[in-house]
Design a protein around this ligand. Structure first.
Ligand code: FES
Length: 157
């Protein structure tokens, strides 16, 4: 039994013409698999490598270099919330915000709430320092966050 469905494989193959060679499709393939399965398992790495005609270690190296992709041991929740920990956000209460949220939802950075709804992550500067402290919720940046406004957002997820 394979981990990657035919639909996932087709989406990866659709990337081939956009790049000079199959190796260059490693990151797009990892994103496709991660977005769909919320993790990239060892089996998925082997199957991606097979599709791209690479050694699994090469795919694994790329995957672990970015520290973005979750593994089967620690999969991503339904939503991912990134807390900026760079200087502007830190000076305006970002650390306390993260601490309060982690305490409230009983989760630690890099991990997912027990109900699988939210994965909490550290982020470096989100490029919205004027609105510090900032968080990123599924690709949308939210500025001037407080524990209350962040909790409200998370509760809606
Ligand atoms: S320091 Fe947080 S957005 Fe720039």
């Amino acid at each position: 039994m394979t981990v990657l469905s035919e639909e996932i494989r087709d989406r990866i193959r659709a990337e081939f013409p956009k790049y000079p060679n199959k190796r260059a499709v490693t990151l797009p393939a990892l994103h496709i698999v991660h977005d769909t399965l919320r993790a990239v398992s060892r089996e998925a790495i082997v199957e991606i490598a097979d599709l791209l005609e690479l050694h699994p270690a090469e795919v694994h190296d790329t995957m672990t270099f970015y520290n973005f992709f979750k593994t089967e041991e620690n999969p991503q929740g339904k939503n991912r919330v990134w807390f900026c920990r760079s200087i502007s956000c830190m000076l305006r209460g970002g650390e306390e915000l993260l601490e309060n949220i982690c305490q409230k939802y009983n989760v630690t950075p890099g991990h997912t709430t027990e109900d699988g709804a939210v994965t909490v992550e550290f982020a470096e500067c989100l490029g919205a320092c004027e609105g510090a402290p900032c968080i990123l919720v599924d690709d949308v940046c939210h500025m001037d966050m407080t524990t209350e406004s962040t909790s409200k957002l998370i509760d809606e997820l």
